[in-house]
Ligand binder design. Structure first.
Ligand code: NAD
Length: 285
């Protein structure tokens, strides 16, 4: 992955004291000291988000199953002076999630941001979806998001607020062929987002979701390898062209949106779904 450029925007506040004018630099998107939990931060979009939040000063906690990948992300963040650690955690296992989140709370004293990014794919229509397939997708993509929100919300309430960002998909909004179980799971992520946003307004907890179209990550490469062996490049081009903009998105582009939505600058935004899709939803005629 290419290094990400600095996201600090220098703006100046003009302060006039007696006969002197002072220009005081003020940073936008400053996450200094913010405890941020990112699930699936070892790869793809989660890695892009982890790197950017680390760069912006957040204290990043990655919840991952893939320890080698998580170790790499943590190393990249710390090499650049950021603060990051990982905890081995299967988001689909409630007891494990509760224990892990409690550990983070004890270490940090607060949980400011939860980003539910971990997710897995499945290709097939309903007849090609076994009970085992459905349970696997449900357990990680739906129950995993529920588990993390269930474990974090009491600590956010206790701290006087927080931000939750869920990774949905355009499959939550429109019919995508051969994605029965995956669409079911992302539809659930979308409406869980609305439900939590509504229920915790008074607790100052904002909850939004992002709906990407195709983003070039190991998730996409794995899908092509598994389903189109020998035709990966041809199918890659074909999938890229399904975005009206003519290409897939990048993890860094999704990370930039995530950064904004979790920032203090986005304090007015809750209960909203943000497609990031190269025109997929509105411009495919
Ligand atoms: P990816 O496969 O590159 O990364 C997902 C990460 O989640 C992996 O590191 C994996 O180890 C981790 N993970 C999987 N199961 C886990 C579990 N039970 N507990 C903890 N960690 C687990 O995927 P990606 O492409 O970066 O996708 C990230 C999210 O974005 C997913 O929710 C996916 O559905 C969503 N999304 C991706 C695309 C895309 O085109 N890549 C499009 C729309 C939505």
């Amino acid at each position: 992955m290419e290094p990400i450029g600095s996201f600090f925007f220098a703006i100046f506040v003009v302060l006039s004291l007696s006969d002197k004018i002072y220009l005081i630099p003020m940073a936008l998107f400053d996450f200094s000291g913010k405890t941020t939990i990112i699930t699936g931060g070892g790869s793809g979009i989660g890695k892009g988000i982890s790197l950017l939040f680390g760069q912006q000063g957040a204290r990043v906690f990655i919840l991952e199953m893939n320890i080698d990948a998580a170790t790499e992300t943590v190393a990249e963040i710390t090499e650049k002076g950021g603060k990051a650690t990982y905890l081995r955690c299967d988001v689909s296992a409630q007891k494990e999630v509760i224990k892990t989140i409690q550990t983070i709370q004890e270490e940090s004293g607060k949980i400011d941001i939860l980003i539910n990014n971990a997710g897995v794919a499945h290709v097939g229509n309903i007849e090609q979806t076994t009970e085992e397939d459905l349970d696997r997708i449900y357990n990680i993509n739906v129950k995993g998001v529920y588990n993390c929100m269930y474990a974090c919300i009491p600590f956010m309430k206790q701290a006087g607020g927080g931000v939750i960002l869920n990774m949905a998909s355009i499959a939550a909004m429109i019919g995508i062929p051969d994605r029965f179980a995956y669409s079911m799971s992302k539809g659930a992520v979308l409406v869980m987002t609305y439900s939590v946003a509504k229920d915790y307004l008074a607790d100052n907890i904002r909850c939004n979701c992002i709906s990407p179209a195709r983003i070039h990550t190991p998730f996409v490469d794995g899908f092509l390898k598994k389903n189109y062996p020998g035709r990966e490049q041809e199918m890659f081009e074909k999938l890229a062209q399904t975005q009206p903009i003519g290409r897939m998105g990048t993890p860094e582009e999704v990370a930039a949106l995530a950064l904004y939505l979790c920032s203090d600058e986005a304090a007015f935004i809750t209960g909203t779904n943000y497609p990031i899709d190269g025109g997929f939803v509105n411009l495919n005629t």
